[in-house]
Unconditional design. Structure first.
Length: 386
């Protein structure tokens, strides 16, 4: 049974537009994104008690409950940023929570208190949180106007040994998205497993090149950002070494690698097979709604701070997450399932291509149809993912 509580644009019982108040909007963003912080922290500290209930709850929350609520609830968050003026404060709390979860998890996984099953569960839950929630929050912060917020988001990425993303994302991805010059835009027919090393190495190099050029233009003697990324990453590993010795470093590396794979899965899914046309002058057409995949799902949409509203983010990179709007399905591609669900499917290239290639080809044409299903972006009814 699906509960339809759509409010964008929705109607109240009296036929008037239904708009939740600031308390409602803030509460939903907060509880969906902060709940795993509390569950993971409790699991890392008390995981050896009560059968590891906190750990299993965290894993069920990230891997099962979010999917079920996405399927049961069809709703959209408010589109007006004034509905949740405390959005930056939530991002700061999430960033602080990220560091707590990271180092508590390192200590728990490197120690002897947890049995192997609970360690695996904690590792998976923490990795999903860092790759989906922490990544979305850091992405939001590096786009903020305040220097302090940008630095906080950058240090979240640095803690995941992915600091270069703070440069490559705004300087390369947003400039060259949906073209072959962007390492993080997956090509039609390219599997995630081929995309992963190409995107990691390509974005590292492209980001360094962009930052070096920017420093040369400024003519100021400043520390290269990549020195901060590499040095900061080593400092984070040193903290883990102080907490739990060599095993702490190993656990940190495993967690960072898993979180990075989640981040790159999001990049893979959100631009798969979409390309900007090259104009007669050799330049690509302007970025439009058709160049990003979106997802309207209520639970993961809030938990990931509207990251699945990707077309509007590319149109307005500095727009705060509560204000991001979901484009109409006749002007922008819609994923057939939530972003995390499609990221899971992307791990299986044959199934992924069976579901996505036809949809991607459709959005490459210039004469688009509009009589399609609003959830799938396809004229046909939703097809099974198997």
């Amino acid at each position: 049974m699906t509960i339809n509580t759509d409010d964008s644009p929705g109607l109240s019982r009296k036929g008037q537009p239904a708009r939740p108040g600031p308390d409602t909007a803030g509460f939903v963003f907060a509880w969906t994104s902060l709940t795993p912080v509390f569950l993971l922290a409790a699991g890392a500290v008390f995981g050896d008690r009560w059968g590891g209930a906190w750990i299993w709850a965290a894993l069920l929350y990230m891997a099962v409950l979010t999917y079920l609520l996405d399927e049961l609830i069809t709703a959209a968050a408010p589109a007006d940023g004034v509905e949740f003026p405390a959005h930056d404060r939530l991002s700061v709390v999430l960033a602080v929570g990220h560091f707590a979860v990271l180092f508590l998890t390192v200590r728990a996984l490197a120690g002897d208190a947890l049995d192997p099953a609970r360690k695996v569960a904690l590792f998976l839950a923490a990795g999903l949180f860092m790759g989906q929630v922490s990544n979305s929050n850091a992405h939001e912060l590096v786009h903020r106007g305040g220097r302090g917020l940008r630095r906080l988001g950058t240090w979240v990425y640095i803690s995941l040994l992915f600091g270069h993303h703070a440069s490559a994302h705004p300087l390369v991805h947003h400039v060259h998205v949906a073209t072959d010059r962007d390492p993080n835009s997956a090509r039609l027919g390219e599997s995630y497993w081929r995309f992963l090393p190409r995107a990691w190495v390509g974005s590292f190099r492209a980001g360094m090149k962009a930052e070096t050029a920017r420093l040369a233009r400024s003519r100021q003697k400043k520390l290269h950002p990549y020195a901060v990324y590499v040095g900061g990453g080593l400092a984070m590993l040193a903290v883990s070494a102080l907490i739990a010795g060599p095993w702490g470093v190993a656990v940190h590396l495993w967690l960072a690698g898993y979180a990075q794979s989640q981040l790159l899965l999001s990049d893979y899914v959100q631009h798969y097979g979409l390309r900007r046309q090259i104009r007669a002058d050799g330049r690509p057409e302007p970025v439009g709604p058709r160049h990003s995949w979106n997802a309207p799902h209520w639970m993961t949409g809030h938990m990931m701070l509207h990251a699945p509203r990707h077309s509007d983010h590319h149109a307005h990179p500095s727009r705060p997450y509560p204000a991001l709007e979901l484009p109409a399905p006749d002007v922008a591609p819609m994923l057939p399932r939530s972003l995390p669900a499609m990221a899971t499917l992307a791990l299986f290239p044959t199934l992924w291509r069976r579901v996505m290639d036809r949809r991607a080809r459709r959005w490459q044409t210039t004469d688009l149809q509009t009589d399609h299903d609003p959830r799938t972006g396809d004229r046909a009814a939703p097809e099974p993912l198997a």
